[in-house]
Design a protein around this ligand. Structure first.
Ligand code: PLP
Length: 418
């Protein structure tokens, strides 16, 4: 097989592929694996009931069922649903949006592929532009999305130490620099892997700098506001015509339907919908049909607020307590959990890399994610990147408890060998 550069780039073993392979094989082949690795949302019975009820309603009406299963949608998705969503956002947040500011896509991963490559990479004047990440760690799924080399530039964050066991990353505005080749700024909020909610003030600073540079600010709201809203701090949802907000139904409990929503200025939506049509012909209809039912019953935002977020907040507190009991005697700090479904653990001075720790844990039946994959675009060496791991708290407490014991043993062994 002789592959093109595109083929080589996308089929080479990437972090996201090995993560998804581990995720798949761990769940299918080894049900005994203590699985703290993936980004799969938890099962929340009340949410499952609401989602299957919405699907049931969509199927019960033959006209709706046909629209859902038997029709190619227009490039940006069903206009009426886009208008209904715009009305909801307008009344809830006073955002000046209409159907023309909204496009549906097949999951946010593929939406980012389109968006990033719409703005960054080879330009027609021969120059090359990059996506600017204002702080890393950042979502590892971005890493191989760019059809070009040096596709990302990232800055190290400021680290605020909080007490003896916690810390928080902040955008270091003295390091973060937009230059003539920056195509867009992108940040996930809350951030995968850290659960960091960059503050409203930080976001305003990024927004202002992006506007001055005349480039868009992309906010990855896969876990964030307005839905699914897995946010534990006081923070505002943000949108203006220079913002591209990408939302997803996945973490609300629907990763299987592959539906995301892009909210942006009209020219961006037009370009996005055209590119997406070339790639996918049309966005799938099942997720949007469920979203429509949820919107009609006012559950789209409510489910996140009343079911999903309280569930993860409680899981998060439980997991913190379990970790503290099992690893509190070790030099461990946990990033202040402000949202999403992960905890980010920092073992300062860890004598082995996070990838080695991952291997040792996997051999003992525990899956976590090594931290070093979450630093796309960071060009300077930084030991910190090898000292962190991500764990998910979507799993039940007894799984976390067993895993924490083994994690504690392996981390203690690593320090002792150091
Ligand atoms: C921060 C972030 N963005 C985007 C995605 C992609 O999600 P999806 O393609 O399911 O919408 C994920 C998935 O875990 C994520 O964590």
């Amino acid at each position: 097989m002789r592959l093109s550069q595109f083929g080589e780039t996308l089929s080479a073993g990437s972090s996201i592929v090995s993560l998804m392979e581990d995720l798949g094989s761990a769940l299918r082949e080894n049900p005994e694996m203590l699985f703290l690795g993936g980004g799969n949302p938890a099962r929340i019975p009340a949410v499952e009931t609401a989602l299957s009820g919405a699907l049931h309603n969509a199927l019960a009406d033959p006209e709706k069922a046909w629209q859902m299963l038997g029709v190619y949608q227009s490039p940006a998705g069903d206009t009426q649903l886009r208008q209904e969503l715009a009305d909801c956002l307008k009344s809830r947040y006073q955002w000046p949006v209409s159907a023309a500011n909204i496009a549906f896509a097949n999951g946010s991963q593929s939406a980012f592929f389109v968006l990033f490559n719409l703005f960054a990479g080879a330009m027609s004047d021969g120059s090359a532009r990059h996506i600017q990440l204002p702080l890393v760690p950042e979502y590892l799924g971005y890493s191989e999305l760019g059809l070009g080399s040096n596709f990302y530039r990232a800055s190290r964050p400021d680290i605020e130490l909080i007490g003896d066991h916690s810390f928080k990353y902040h955008v270091d505005f003295s390091r973060f620099a937009i230059d003539a080749d920056s195509a867009a700024v992108c940040v996930s909020r809350p951030t995968n892997p850290t659960g960091n909610m960059i503050t409203d003030t930080e976001l305003a600073g990024l927004d202002e700098r992006a506007r001055v540079a005349d480039i868009p600010l992309i906010i990855d709201g896969a876990y964030g506001l307005p839905f699914p809203g897995i946010v534990f701090t006081e923070a505002c949802a943000h949108w203006n015509e220079n913002t591209i907000l990408v939302l997803s139904l996945s973490k609300l409990g629907l990763p299987g339907v592959r539906t995301s929503v892009v909210i942006a200025d009209e020219p961006v939506i037009r370009a996005f919908a055209q590119a997406n049509t070339v790639l996918s012909l049309a966005a799938g209809n099942v997720g949007p049909a469920i979203a429509r039912e949820l919107l009609a019953s006012e559950q789209l935002l409510q489910l996140g607020r009343e079911q999903v977020t309280p569930f993860y907040r409680e899981r998060c507190q439980q997991t913190l307590a379990i970790l503290q009991a099992a690893l509190g005697h070790l030099p461990m700090r946990v990033h202040r959990p402000e949202g999403a479904i992960f905890l980010w653990l920092w073992f300062e001075g860890l004598p082995i890399s996070s990838a080695e720790l991952y291997q040792r844990l996997k051999a003992r039946g525990v899956l976590i994610i090594a931290g070093e994959h979450f630093f796309p675009g960071l060009q300077e060496p930084w030991q910190h990147q090898y000292e962190c791991v991500r764990i998910s708290y979507a799993q039940p407490g007894h799984v976390v408890e067993q895993a924490a014991k083994i994690l504690s043993q392996e981390v203690a062994r690593a320090y002792a060998q150091g």
